[in-house]
Design a protein around this ligand. Structure first.
Ligand SMILES: [Zn+2]
Ligand SMILES: [Zn+2]
Length: 427
């Protein structure tokens, strides 16, 4: 066992759990088919490694083969198989899929959802607006993850459950801020649910991106930033200093930009790379180019002449992920809560029972139980949607994460489950 640098001594197992999680993730195969689209409905469930739990008899949400189901309301939340009524927390492809008869989402997220799933039968709610579904009262509350993202609040017979979807607590100018919602039972994601994951303040991350871009521009070199095309790209566009130089996007990013603009999100003027003649390399000399990770190592990059590249993802927290990505710079920028953010959200929910859906499930369940909460897990198919997934794959490996001295300071002394794992997820 490695000694804990936070002076918990060698008996502290949290770091070992973190290392084991990283090593365990090496065994996962990462599917890039879903990189920028939705996961086909006919795909067999990749990770149903346990019998689906059904929970207690009168739970407000139970796990079924189709997805998380609310019996008294007769609806599903982000189901992965076709159902009659789906409440969608947000439009990332592992949470919002084709094939359901009726969809319910936030009004703020409608543009993006329809741009990804055109033609669906969609009903929308304003944040906080209640709706009777079956015997329940349902409302959607900001999750701070991407535009339109919501936590689902379900009230029935005097009890309240909240399903978080994906969330973050950090400031993001492109979506409504996370709102703590009091509940008895909180269903939480745990994408970055290990003590090694702690984000810097967003402003300082964007300052780093700006100075990287400014430096490249001063040397007449294009700056190509890879990030997920829905959510992260718009957050980057809205947060960088557009005075440094022109900004261009890959064609995969543009439809999302349009949906964000239509929803009233302010983004700077952005050119389309595809509209510039291939010989006009000089146009990009001082430019920032925002592209999905799928464009990496493609011939598309040739048009920029001399360029520096970078990748923005929470997985960039891991040195191995950065190295395997093979980019000049890795910016640790996530649309998920970090370890302290998860703890804060769970605490502020006031819930005495917590159910963990995806990410570092076992360490989080263990940690919550140690805090005196009643914690368990649902097996879900969330966390498979994005290309940052490959960064997670790249995060597997042979190297310790950096700055482990910051780990474990808020944790207890006991050893989390050795089967800790990092699951795939957009960040
Ligand atoms: Zn998401
Ligand atoms: Zn997710």
């Amino acid at each position: 066992m490695r000694p804990c640098p936070a002076a918990h001594g060698t008996a502290c197992g949290l770091l070992d759990a973190a290392f084991q999680a990283i090593e365990a993730s090496e065994a996962l195969e990462f599917d890039t088919r879903a990189a920028d689209g939705y996961i086909p409905m006919d795909q067999p469930p990749p990770r149903m490694n346990r019998e689906p739990q059904t929970g207690e008899p009168d739970d407000l949400i139970v796990a079924r083969l189709e997805g998380l189901y609310c019996p008294p309301g007769d609806f599903y939340i982000d189901p992965w198989r076709p159902v009659e009524r789906a409440v969608i927390t947000h439009a990332h492809s592992d949470h919002a899929r084709f094939g359901h008869l009726h969809y319910l989402s936030t009004r703020a997220g409608a543009n993006v959802l329809l741009s990804r799933l055109p033609g669906i039968a969609l009903q929308t709610l304003d944040y906080g607006e209640p709706l009777a579904l079956g015997a329940t009262r349902v409302s959607l509350h900001p999750a701070g993850h991407v535009l339109g993202s919501a936590q689902v609040r379900i009230e029935h017979a005097g009890r309240v459950w909240v399903a978080s979807g994906d969330y973050k607590l950090d400031v993001d100018p492109t979506c409504a801020a996370f709102e703590p919602v009091r509940c008895d039972t909180f269903i939480t994601e745990s994408t970055f649910g290990l003590p090694i994951y702690r984000w810097d303040a967003p402003r300082s991350i964007f300052d780093s991106i700006d100075s990287w871009w400014r430096h490249n521009a001063s040397e007449g070199r294009a700056s190509v930033l890879f990030c997920y095309s829905f959510g992260k790209a718009q957050r980057v566009l809205a947060s960088v200093d557009a005075a440094i130089g022109p900004i261009f996007c890959h064609g995969a990013v543009e439809p999302l930009n349009r949906a964000y603009r239509e929803a009233g999100v302010r983004l700077p003027a952005v050119g389309l790379v595809g509209e510039i003649a291939a010989k006009d390399k000089a146009v990009f000399r001082e430019a920032l180019i925002v592209a999905p990770p799928s464009a990496q190592n493609s011939a598309w990059l040739k048009r920029f002449g001399d360029y520096s590249d970078a990748f923005a993802s929470g997985w960039m927290r891991l040195r191995g992920a950065r190295r395997r990505r093979g980019v000049d710079r890795g910016f640790v920028l996530s649309d998920h809560a970090d370890w302290p953010g998860l703890q804060t959200a769970i605490r502020e929910s006031g819930a005495t029972r917590v159910i963990v859906t995806h990410g570092s499930v076992e360490p989080m369940v263990r940690w919550l139980n140690e805090q005196g909460l009643q914690a368990s897990a649902f097996d879900t198919q969330y966390g498979d949607d994005t290309v940052e997934a490959d960064a997670a794959g790249a995060a597997s490996g042979d190297e310790a994460p950096e700055a482990t001295t910051t780990a474990t300071t808020t944790t207890s002394e006991s050893t989390p489950d050795a089967s800790a794992r990092i699951d795939r997820g957009e960040s």
